[in-house]
Design a protein around this ligand. Sequence first.
Ligand code: PMP
Length: 400
Amino acid sequence: MFENVQPAPPDPILGLTEAFKADTNPDKINLGVGVYKDANGTTPVLESVKAAEKTLLETEKTKAYLPIDGSPAYSDAIKALLFPASSPVVAEGRAVTLHAPSGTGALRVAGEYLASNHPESRIWMSTPTWPNHAPIFTAAGVAQEAYPYYDAQGQKLDIDAMLAALDGVKAGDVVLLHGCCHNPSGVDPTPEQWVAIADKLAEKKAVALLDFAYQGFGSGIDEDSVGLHTLAEKLPELIVCTSYSKNFSLYNERIGALTFVAPSADAAKAVLSQVKTVIRRMYSNPPAHGAGIVTTILNDASLRARWEVELAAMRERIQSMRSKLATGLDQRSVQLSATGNGFLTTQRGMFSFSGLNKDHVQKLRAEYAIYIVGSGRINVAGITDNNVDRLCDAIAAVTK
Ligand code: PMP
């Protein structure tokens, strides 16, 4: 059976990490994979996480299975992180939250649920989008459509083209939106644009699927929820896939959640029961540790305060590196767009479409050991005070 199997091509982003690891240049810089790094270029465990883990270790009494949809305490804590207590969605019992193994796992469970229960639904994705979206929904068997999103000339959201394309949405189709910090472009809708998008989906009787992997990495926990809250206010039905890889720095714990908002509490319960059958046949029930950490932090006032400070520090460091990169390029008279480098500081989250082309990306890797994905998307969190000058020099050299 295995004799004639051909090797699969490496994942374009994770494959870059392998190449980076193998590079012996001591000054190498990794701006590829979307992992936050601190000023020293490392991805440490948060102090709030360490403290929560200590508590868990001391108080944990069993390793028995969790329920199929995870622990109720985790679901409640996540719901409270997503929606204010006053939100009608919560008060009316119209939201159900399940524990899922990471954002990727939540997306795949959502896809399997859609394919099993709503086989006519298509999912609409932005151009561009996170490269794993299409494979996840293809594997689940969900048909796909694309809508334009990023205006590469103006480095902004092409809202008119987006809304015009969404006119093609059929009732019961699903529209995938990035909650904040759009990956890969770093460009998010303004609050007014969120209203226009929500109105369009309501008009089309579409369901929004919000991929919310970066809550707190853009402008703040609540500020980054403006899209979610606008959609929840205007649409009767919503799917939210959340990840705690980034904002709790829990990448390898694979911790996320899947929330469904339905028109009534009874409908929400029925959806929950269907999603549980999907999970049962996929992985039966979720792993406990990551959820234990997140629940412990969110339910303890002092740990939560500590986490919020740590989250703000990550967010602010990314913003400061965006400014340093833009200033460094300005000083070297390098313009990454027709309008200069200002776009680097207005984009939000870890990612930026730098405007560097394939040729630049190749030269940066071959000649300077600087690793960037082929689209020119850079992970700004890979920049530090120690490497920003070298990075700017190299960009100046390859773009001359
Ligand atoms: N959605 C988006 C947009 C992402 O960028 C990522 C991580 N790169 C994820 C989902 C999934 O993250 P994870 O599976 O680590 O939770």
